[in-house]
Design a protein around this ligand. Structure first.
Ligand code: NDP
Length: 296
């Protein structure tokens, strides 16, 4: 089966994301059945050729491949309470935790369905735009993923990260968490220059260039985590960085900027140095966070 083979797709939930997904399948020529708790939100899709089901159960009955894109995990349970999932391939694109993904897999399989959990690395305008870099993490039934891979790849790239149904959410949340840290730094940086005669639009490219240059260091961190050696070829050791933090904090004070987004990160670095690991790379902070014994 290819992306061009029309495959019936049911989409439960036509909020901002569910609608973008449904539009992508419609545009690719797949027969789409939609259901939404508030029927008015299906009208634009109906005008675009989607069939509208009167209930979630009716939508699930319309075809084998059932895409669920609701607000949260409890809405998934509520919406599908009275649907017969036997013989269905349920793909849950609702954001949740790894434990929710695993529990939802057990729940779906007990009802006779195959199950994939998913984490969407995109916002709705990126859907169905191959140049946007949008993709979705999937985990759970490898057979389901293999059989529906081409259809799943219509709205955004499809990346399978394992048969553990919790892994899609784990990858999703790990990347989102990294983004939170990145924006914490970005916001602090903009705050530092905010009161000066420095145009944010001129500062932004400098910020982007620096973050892009630094981003590659994640591979070095990964290598160290895999080797367990945090002391080899160290160029910016933890003690030096911890000392440098004093300059960052003092500059924040001079500029009248709250250091609240930076101080937890710095406190963890101080802990690493206090444990006598100042000569190593800061990779040991990951073990402190994860509550794992120190590597080297
Ligand atoms: P919206 O708020 O636009 O839509 C939420 C959807 O969930 C609506 O269809 C809503 O129905 C439905 N819903 C909420 N509660 C219930 C319930 N108890 N029973 C049945 N249906 C319910 O959110 P999005 O479409 O943007 O998000 C959907 C999922 O996609 C979320 O899990 C979100 O985290 C994820 N996502 C969204 C992204 C985004 O940028 N928008 C990015 C990545 C992931 P109703 O219309 O009746 O309220």
């Amino acid at each position: 089966m290819t992306a061009n083979t029309p495959t019936p797709v049911t989409v439960l939930g036509t909020g901002a994301m569910g609608s973008a997904l449904a539009r992508a399948w419609l545009a690719a020529g797949h027969p789409v059945t939609v259901w939404n708790r508030t029927p008015a939100r299906t009208e634009a899709l109906a005008a675009g050729g989607a069939a509208v089901a009167g209930s979630a159960a009716e939508a699930v009955a319309a075809g084998r491949l059932v895409i669920v894109c609701l607000l949260d995990d409890s809405s998934v349970g509520e919406a599908l309470e009275h649907a017969s999932l036997s013989g269905r391939d349920v793909v849950n694109l609702t954001t949740g935790t790894p434990a929710q993904g695993r529990a939802r897999a057990v729940w779906a399989e007990a009802r006779g369905a195959r199950f994939l959990d998913a984490g969407i690395m995109a916002v709705p305008p990126m859907i169905a735009d191959p140049s946007s870099g949008a993709y979705v993490f999937y985990s759970g039934s490898a057979e389901l993923f293999r059989e529906h891979r081409d259809t799943l790849a219509v709205p955004a790239g499809a990346t399978f990260v394992g048969t553990d149904p919790g892994f899609a959410a784990l990858h999703d949340v790990a990347l989102l968490s990294a983004m939170s840290g990145m924006f914490a730094g970005v916001f602090h940086a903009f705050a530092l220059v905010r009161r000066e005669d420095i145009a944010p639009r001129e500062f932004a490219p400098l910020l982007q260039g620096w973050l892009t240059a630094m981003a590659g260091l994640v591979h070095r961190t990964a290598d160290q985590l895999e080797s367990g050696d945090y002391a080899k070829d160290v160029v910016s050791n933890a003690a030096m960085q911890a000392a440098g933090n004093a300059t960052l904090l003092r500059t924040a004070q001079e500029q009248g900027v709250s250091p609240e987004l930076l101080t937890p990160y710095m406190a963890l670095m101080d802990r690493l140095v206090a444990e006598g690991r100042g000569a190593q790379d800061t990779t040991g902070m990951i073990d402190l966070l994860a509550g794992r014994p120190a590597a080297s």
